[in-house]
Design a protein around this ligand. Structure first.
Ligand code: HEC
Length: 107
């Protein structure tokens, strides 16, 4: 799934620390982004969010894809594999919207 390639480094507990994480300012950059990114959205903790919080996070995922704010451009500069194609964007949005719809039904 494209999410694990493009988003998990900053939004899950499974960060694949890249080579530059060991050198300054790479390590500082990576640490601050992971901390901030995980605070806002952590896919490993997603299941424990309330129904309402899950829905709002899914909505902001769709927005971040539509606005092109995620993944951060400073990240895709180095991680070319995280650049989203049109199809990737569609599949992330479809995925988020499908789950959001099913959560709404459970409200
Ligand atoms: C290099 C690290 C990095 C990557 C990769 C990344 N993000 Fe983020 N993300 C952040 C940071 C830092 C924030 C919080 C600050 C901000 O909003 O700019 C954030 C915030 C967010 C938010 C807002 C969360 C909230 O507070 O409600 C969403 C949604 C999001 N990211 C989705 C994604 C998605 C989807 C991907 C993959 C397509 C992705 N991000 C990839 C670092 C990252």
């Amino acid at each position: 799934m494209i999410l694990s390639v493009a988003c998990y480094d900053c939004h899950s507990n499974n960060t694949r620390y890249p080579w530059y994480a060991n050198i300054q300012p790479g390590s500082w950059w990576m640490a601050s982004h992971i901390k901030e990114g995980k605070n806002g959205l952590n896919f490993d903790e997603f299941a424990s969010y309330s129904n309402r919080r899950q829905q709002s996070k899914l909505k902001s995922i769709v927005n971040s894809i539509n606005n092109g704010t995620m993944p951060l451009s400073s990240y895709t500069l180095i991680h070319k594999e995280a650049i989203l194609s049109k199809e990737d964007k569609m599949s992330i949005k479809n995925w988020a919207n499908t789950i959001k719809d099913s959560l709404e039904l459970r409200n």
